[in-house]
Write a new protein. Structure first.
Lengths: 191, 765, 350
């Protein structure tokens, strides 16, 4: 009788050791470097580096999300980004905590006549998309502008506008219903 | 097992999956020969778009000749555009484009003079030309694919791949369209000449002219032309293929003729195959033999609401509306006007769009022919679309995901391989506009991909910037350290220097902190310096300190964000307040103190290497009167001081150096200038010009802010303007005219702000 | 002047959903007529009740869902569902049976899943299964074929049977049983006999099995086969699903029959009794709940065929069409996910 107990204890011990070794080996062999979730989160963020989330850039916010911060702090990404983040993080989607920007993508535009060349916007731009030197007129490199809005506030003479990106034949989105149409009969009557 | 060439020679055909058989309705327009319509009065020639690196060669008012080149460019895919007739360029503006979106594009508007005069044409014999010359000529003629896509032809003919087979596409599978049909019937010899040139350029083993079996006349004409041509025997044949839509699609035609599939995302040339439209072959012939650029093409006008249907030669750039008037177009109330065929053509809402190189048909159907759009109903997953799809897609799945806006899932069902032929929509029993969904999904995917690239770029730039800032910070720290060491070395030379160095260190330290502290330190050693001079001056210094503190606080209240503007206000106020003391003796002392302060500041400038500190002090010296605008009191005080100083000058002829100065403002200015000059020597990278600019900025900002605070009227603004220009004139070594201008601009800005404020005030009222 | 715009293509074929459904209903007619001939007017009553209930239910739920009522009713999908359910129900089943079944089909199976095009299960079959599980007695009491009962079930008789008060139903059912005018279906009889230890030969000797595959049932199935072939010709349905079902059922039953003729019936019996043909051409081919690709549809059909055979032979229920279809419905999204046609330009290698 007592031998049975010993056998059971022995078997369990041995198997525990064996599995422990296997687990230890696996943990070492298949070790995951870094925290991949941060990269995944960062890939979803719009990279405007606008700082509206309260973090200095998208990467820090991605890290914060990975550490459990809320997913609804990214106005440039809008609801779509928030939903993707919520799905990735396995949390419930929440409404954005700030009023989301309009869906229209915008870029900064400097009214060059009014620019006094103060370089403040250059310092504010997170992606170095403003070109210019002290005393000289500045301009925005439109293709690099993320539309983050950060240059508008520092401008002492308010010469920076956020303009929606113009629709051209190349980026037109085929939403035909958006084209205003008048019927022939109406326009004929006008004549 | 036969080789592919043998199969081709036999005329073997392969089955292309899917496809539909819509009513052809070609007899409407293919009954009579290609006609010619009277010349339109005005032409619209869209010029190459942004990104195509082109330059306009004409300007408004210039007269052009028919065939004259209008643009010049260097890009690889750039194609020149030519004047379709002789006349005058009356405008270069954005007008509605011949595109599904109808978005305006920049175009040359040419008013025809009616003479239709050709420019000089260079005719040539292809035998005398090298292949490169021919390619260049084709490019210069602006030849683009005439089948609809308008892809530049010279690129297709200049491929790096080895070409075994050229397919001449005369399929014209879209219902209604007959332009290629008529062209083949009437100009078969010319087309063959074009094919000869293609043969010479590409050297294929076989050339297949593919024609659908509903065009027997065209097939016969081409067959006869082959016998007359100079092409090598047995290298060219006409292959008649069964009528089915969309056999004319490039990928489908290749599959039917060779049985091969063009791999997804690849070009046919990678299979050694090039497909050219018959119209393109004709245009090549025209360009080489007669030197004519591509400025006209055959356009089918058809549909029951066009009462003279047929094919017509139309100059490219002819407004569709102008041509429609000539073919007896009678629109119905819900008229659709379709460019291209009913399957793939797009409806335009503005008829004043030009005929383009790829415009093969203008279709004006009656309501009986093309029923008004019916409402979309629920998909019953009948799978008819999958049966009709020539690309073997699952349209209902694509639709499902596209409608739910799950574009990535739609992409996983190979949405990108959709050729938008419209077969699925055609067979759909629920009237779902499937192709529209796919187009929207495709453009959304494209935007998404572009945004991803942009986001990646933004991230890189952001990281690069962070790195740069970090580097700069390190460099600055290293510099500061070096400077500190230098100062330490200097300290040993004399006690006085040691004190100065200590002060400098303090100043350097403070520079990083708030400018209030900065100010205090300066005032403090002002006081120290003046201790030995006079007791009274010490008292005045104390007063100055107190006042300065107060001023600093008030300045803080104004919350001017940058150091540059705060510093001057703080440093100036003490001198004003000293003046306020009203004692004439002290006035002089105060002037001396101010001078000493300026001197010290200059020393500090030498010592403090921090750029910000330099700028701050420089600003303080040049824009010293500006802060007076911060409060009215200060201004008044300044006026009083000036008056007193004048009085002083009259009554006392003191011997001090300060006496020669009319007032302390000027003295400060002068010494500050000295400081500036010294600093310029000390610090190479800050030139006086830049400092001036800074000063002006500071002036502008201060002005604007002051305005906001005081809520003054325009009269005040004017007074500020004058005072600011005076200030600036006081500053030596500057072009006063330039300054005036700048000051004016600044004043204008200030004015605008004032206006805004006034508006806001009004609103509040 | 401006013109109307729309996305290409600007033309479309004229065969629309409503027409498709209408043609399906028309192709059911030969089968319905045969059923009327052999089993009396009961089926007609069931059809009338089912159609009225279906339209009423659809209209009600559409108004609740704020969807267009008129245009949706006009798509005839409710009609087809009602017809299929009514055909599958015993002709003399009480009226409330078919009403419950139709309501369940239309409201729960179809509209609660999102309406036409979004339902996971075939509405008619889901309704049928609900009835079969809930009212097994009513659902298995079939009228005996006309010739076997030696009397026709005329209209008054049928009305009486279907609309008599609920308390009478058992009595009437009993009476009918005594009259010998109702009896189990051939498949049911066979099942019972086999479970009682009889061999197929002994069981098939019964009068109900006269003819090829059960009296009346063979003809009804034949009529549905004809209707189905017409649909194939009209390209309303495609051959893959029907072919899959019939070939799988044929192969499975042949195999069983060759192995052990004593306990397995002939392939003919399988193909032409019960609801085989109805399922193969009218029920399983419901595109909404079937797989969508060609290969997927063959797999879907084969799956139904095998399931029919397995459930008929080894399961507890005599006929298995409804269960087989529902099980295959469940697998359709799965099949669609894994069986995709190779897109043009996507070689299997690359």
């Amino acid at each position: 009788m007592i031998t049975h107990i010993f056998v059971a204890v022995a078997v369990l011990t041995i198997s525990a050791i064996v599995f422990g070794i296997i687990l230890g080996y696996a943990a070492d062999k298949f070790k995951v470097e870094g925290n991949p979730i941060i990269d995944q989160v960062e890939a979803l963020l719009p990279q405007t580096q606008c700082g509206q989330c309260g973090y200095p850039g998208c990467r820090p916010y991605a890290e914060a999300i990975a550490n459990g911060d809320k997913v609804n702090k990214c106005p440039p990404g809008g609801t779509a980004t928030m939903e993707k983040l919520a799905e990735l993080m396995g949390v419930d989607p929440e409404p954005l905590d700030q009023v989301a920007q309009e869906a229209v993508k915008k870029v900064a535009y400097i009214r060059e006549d009014e620019c006094i060349g103060c370089t403040k916007c250059i310092q504010a731009c997170p992606v170095d998309a403003i070109l210019g030197a002290g005393k000289l007129m500045h301009t925005v490199i439109a293709k690099d502008c993320t539309g983050c809005d950060l240059c508008v506030e520092p401008c002492p003479v308010d010469c920076i506008d956020m303009l929606p990106v113009e629709t051209t034949l190349k980026n037109w989105d085929w939403k035909l219903n958006a084209i205003p149409v008048t019927l022939v009969s109406e326009s004929l009557e006008e004549r | 097992m036969l080789t592919l060439l043998e199969q081709l020679d036999k005329g073997s055909l392969w089955q292309s999956p899917g496809g539909i058989h819509p009513p052809e309705l070609k007899q409407l327009s293919n009954q009579q020969a290609i006609g010619r319509l009277p010349l339109a009065k005005q032409f619209v020639v869209p010029i190459p778009q942004v990104g195509e690196q082109a330059r306009l060669l004409v300007e408004v008012g210039q007269t052009v000749l028919k065939g004259q080149v209008l643009t010049e460019g260097t890009g690889f895919i750039y194609l020149p555009v030519h004047a379709p007739t002789s006349g005058t360029v009356t405008a270069i503006k954005a007008v509605a484009s011949n595109h599904a979106s109808g978005l305006p594009v920049l175009s040359c508007i040419i008013d025809a003079d009616g003479y239709d005069n050709w420019c000089d044409l260079i005719t040539s014999d292809p035998a005398a030309l090298s292949n490169d010359d021919i390619i260049t000529k084709i490019k210069q003629a602006g030849i683009a694919g005439m089948g609809g896509a308008a892809f530049p032809t010279h690129i297709k003919l200049n491929t790096a791949s080895e070409i075994d087979l050229v397919i001449i596409n005369g399929v014209e599978c879209e219902p209604y369209i007959t332009s290629d049909d008529r062209l083949m019937r009437e100009y078969s010899n010319e087309i063959l000449k074009g094919i000869e040139i293609i043969h010479r350029l590409l050297g294929p083993q076989r050339i297949i002219i593919a024609i659908e079996d509903n065009k027997p006349e065209a097939a016969q004409a081409m067959q006869q032309a082959i016998h007359l041509s100079k092409l090598p025997a047995n290298s060219t044949r006409v292959t008649v293929i069964p009528t089915k839509y969309p056999s004319g699609g490039e990928k489908q035609l290749i599959q039917i003729i060779t049985g091969k599939e063009v791999p997804s995302g690849c070009l046919p040339s990678q299979l050694g195959i090039v497909v050219q439209n018959v119209g393109t072959a004709f245009a090549i012939q025209d360009a080489i033999y007669s030197g004519k650029p591509l400025i006209e093409r055959v356009v089918t006008f058809t549909g029951k609401n066009i009462h003279q249907p047929g094919n017509y030669w139309l100059p490219i750039g002819t407004p569709v509306a102008a041509a429609l008037e000539l073919v007896d177009f009678r629109p119905s109330t819900t008229q659709k006007l379709i460019i291209g065929g009913p399957m793939m053509g797009y409806a335009i809402h503005d008829p004043y769009v030009p005929v383009l190189k790829g415009t093969n048909c203008v279709l004006a159907p009656s309501n009986e022919e093309i029923s008004p759009d019916s409402d979309e109903k629920a998909c019953i997953r009948c799978g008819e679309c999958a049966i009709a799809c020539p690309a073997l897609l699952l349209p209902q799945q694509l639709f499902w995901h596209a409608k739910a806006q799950e574009y990535d899932k739609a992409a996983s069902f190979n949405l990108q391989d959709c050729i938008e032929c419209g077969c699925c929509s055609y067979v759909c029993p629920s009237d779902i506009p499937l192709v529209e969904y796919y187009r929207i999904a495709k453009s959304a995917l494209r935007v998404e991909a572009e945004e991803k690239v942009l986001a990646e770029q933004a991230k890189l730039r952001f990281e690069a910037r962070l790195q740069r800032l970090e580097d700069e910070k390190l460099a600055r720290e290293a510099k500061a350290k070096e400077a500190a060491e230098k100062r330490q070395a200097n300290m040993k030379s004399s006690d006085k220097d040691a004190v100065a160095a200590a002060m400098a260190r303090i100043a350097a330290k403070k520079a990083a902190q708030s400018n209030e502290a900065n100010l205090q330190s300066i005032v403090k050693h002002d006081a120290n310096d003046s201790t030995g001079v006079d007791k009274k001056s010490a008292v005045s210094a104390a007063i100055a300190r107190a006042k300065a503190k107060k001023a600093a606080q008030s300045a803080e209240q104004f919350s001017i964000e940058n150091n540059a503007t705060q510093t001057p206000s703080n440093t100036h106020n003490p001198s004003d307040s000293v003046v306020e003391g009203g004692i004439s003796q002290q006035n002089l002392i105060a002037a001396a103190v101010a001078r000493a302060k300026a001197k010290k500041a200059a020393q500090n400038n030498q010592a403090i290497t921090s750029d910000e500190a330099v700028n701050g002090l420089a600003d303080s010296s040049t824009s010293d009167t500006d802060p007076s605008l911060n409060d009215k009191k200060a201004k008044v005080a300044a006026a009083i001081a000036k008056a007193k100083a004048k009085k002083l000058q009259q009554t006392e002829i003191a011997s001090d150096s300060a006496d020669t100065e009319p007032n302390e403002d000027n003295s400060i200015t002068a010494s500050a200038n000295g400081a500036m000059a010294k600093k310029t020597i000390a610090d190479d990278n800050t030139d006086p010009a830049e400092q001036d600019k800074k000063a002006r900025i500071a002036a502008a900002v201060a002005k604007a802010k002051a305005k906001k605070l005081q809520q003054v009227e325009t009269s005040n603004v004017e007074s500020q303007l004058s005072s600011s220009s005076i200030t600036l004139e006081q500053t030596p070594n500057l072009d006063s005219a330039v300054l005036d201008k700048k000051a004016k601009i600044a004043a204008a800005v200030a004015k605008a702000k004032a206006k805004k404020l006034a508006q806001q005030a009004e609103k509040k009222d | 002047m401006a013109f109307k715009i729309a996305s290409s293509p600007h033309v479309g074929s004229t065969l629309q959903t409503a027409k498709v459904m209408q043609r399906v209903a028309l192709c059911l007619l030969p089968g319905i007529a045969t059923q009327l001939y052999f089993f009396g007017f009961g089926t007609l009553l069931q059809i009338a009740i089912a159609v009225i209930t279906a339209y009423a239910a659809e209209a009600a739920i559409l108004s609740l869902r704020n969807r267009p009522i008129k245009s949706t009713l006009a798509d005839n999908s409710a009609l087809v569902t009602a017809l299929l359910l009514a055909i599958a129900i015993p002709p003399l089943a009480p009226w409330w049976v078919v009403v419950i079944g139709t309501l369940f089909s239309i409201i729960i199976v179809k509209h609660l899943y999102g309406g036409l095009g979004n339902n996971l299960f075939n509405p008619a079959m889901a309704g049928y299964v609900l009835l079969l599980i809930s009212f097994p007695v009513q659902m298995t009491d079939w009228v005996s074929p006309m010739s076997a009962a030696q009397q026709s079930v005329d209209l008054t008789y049928a009305l009486n049977a279907v609309f008599n008060s609920a308390s009478d139903i058992l009595v009437i059912g009993h009476n009918l049983a005594i009259d010998g005018s109702t009896m189990a279906t051939p498949l049911d009889t066979l099942k019972t006999d086999l479970s009682m230890g009889m061999t197929t030969h002994e069981s098939l000797a019964k009068p109900i099995f006269s003819g090829m595959a059960g009296l009346g049932w063979f003809e009804v199935n034949l009529a549905f086969l004809i209707g189905g072939l017409i649909m194939l010709k009209l390209k309303i349905i495609r051959w893959q699903i029907s072919f899959g079902i019939l070939s799988a059922l044929f192969i499975c039953s042949s195999f069983g029959f060759l192995l052990n003729p004593d306990t397995h019936v002939s392939p003919m019996m399988h193909l032409f009794s019960g609801g085989t043909m109805l399922a193969a051409f009218f029920i399983a081919t419901d595109p909404v709940t079937a797989a969508t690709s060609h290969r997927g549809r063959i797999i879907f059909g084969v799956m139904i065929g095998v399931l029919i055979y397995v459930i008929r032979t080894f399961g507890g229920y005599p006929d298995a069409v409804a269960f087989a279809v529902l099980l295959a419905n469940m697998c359709a999204p799965f099949i669609d996910h894994y069986v995709r046609p190779r897109t043009y330009g996507h070689r299997s290698g690359s």
